[in-house]
Design a protein around this ligand. Structure first.
Ligand code: PCA
Length: 340
């Protein structure tokens, strides 16, 4: 964990919490005791690694905030779940253990199906559709988060999701009984409907999960495939373009409100720039990472008509099932999306 060396910094992480994570608390405790805090240090956990384009994007976001506030607001990124593990990031921000954090939106599917709308197969499977879906869902999702005293700063999609295997996938029937790595409710459900055996594995744990035989296949993007060196344990990538799940950056409302007005503005402005930059980076990432995989011997293919049909049928079942859970708000969201 990184500890600020600058004096007079105020940490919004509770001391027992820092202790639990083995942090050095003396400087922070002294600073608070001195009561002379002039600038603010924020710890920002993310589940993803340093080289990932999302992490590069939030690092730039942190730089922009530092620059715009003249160093008054310093955001320190803690990547790969090193400070807080993915399943705890949202609640840690909510409870104020950390003021800000990044997580994948669809991870909140169990508390509210609306957060999973970006992971329903073939509902929005290219960047234009994903953007429209985001415009149609942004206010609704922001309101839900506000109810938890969280402010949604921005959201950026991963490249379209596909299927990684150790053999060619022609119809999808080959996936029966295969141990499939999943990362949210939809990927788990999709794997089940394909007859595969899903297991949730966080990105930093992917190489070990393959190395130890916990999984033999995975659903993810070209981005995560290349970042986790898929070629070390897999041979095929089917670019099925199922959905584009989004990461979001949320901030604790109390922490946000405690900032001086200029810093609040700096944060919101930097967030707006980060969202735009992130969407562009995501688009560029798709082709760049597919090329890296091909260069490393992964056979990349487009889905056959049989596979598309199979996946679309599953997509229809999942859309219906999702609507059943999401109810009227889900229908309103779909209507707003279809009007875009
Ligand atoms: N990478 C993340 C989320 C989606 C993606 O492309 C993962 O595989 O967990």
């Amino acid at each position: 964990m990184t500890t600020s060396t600058k004096p007079f910094r105020q940490r919004l992480v509770s001391v027992p919490y820092l202790k639990r994570f083995g942090g050095v608390i003396t400087a922070a405790a002294l600073t608070l005791a001195a009561g002379s805090a002039q600038a603010t240090d924020w710890d920002m956990p993310t589940p993803y690694g340093d080289s990932n384009f999302h992490t590069v994007n939030i690092s730039q976001f942190a730089d922009d905030v530092r620059e715009a506030t003249d160093g008054e607001l310093e955001i320190t990124i803690h990547s790969s779940g090193s400070l807080i593990k993915h399943p705890e990031i949202k609640n840690s921000v909510r409870r104020g253990l950390v003021p800000i954090g990044e997580l994948i939106m669809s991870r909140l599917a169990n508390e509210d199906p609306l957060f999973e709308v970006d992971s329903v197969p073939y509902l929005a499977s290219d960047y234009d559709q994903a953007w429209k879906l985001w415009q149609a869902s942004k206010d609704l999702l922001s309101k839900r988060l506000e109810g938890q005293r969280l402010k949604l700063l921005f959201a950026v999609p991963w490249p379209p999701q596909g299927i990684y295997t150790q053999f060619a996938v022609e119809t999808g029937n080959e996936l029966k009984g295969v141990k499939m790595r999943a990362y949210n409710k939809s990927s788990e459900q999709l794997a089940e409907l394909l007859g595969a055996l899903p297991t949730q594995v966080e990105v930093p744990d992917i190489p070990t999960a393959f190395g130890t035989g916990r999984v033999d296949a995975m659903i993810t993007s070209p981005s995560t495939g290349a970042n986790t060196r898929a070629w070390d344990y897999l041979t095929h990538f089917n670019h099925a373009q199922l959905w584009l799940p989004k990461n979001m950056v949320v901030v604790n409302v109390k922490a946000f409100n405690s900032l001086p007005e200029e810093a609040q503005k700096a944060l919101v402005d930097a967030a707006e720039a980060a969202e735009k930059r992130g969407w562009d980076a995501s688009k560029a990432e798709t082709d760049a990472k597919i090329k890296i995989m091909e260069d490393n011997g992964i056979e990349v293919s487009e889905p056959s008509p049989e596979l598309v049909k199979h996946l679309q049928e599953i997509g229809d079942t999942m859309t219906e099932e999702w609507l059943g859970r999401a109810g009227e708000s889900g229908q309103a969201l779909l209507d707003a999306y279809n009007k875009q």
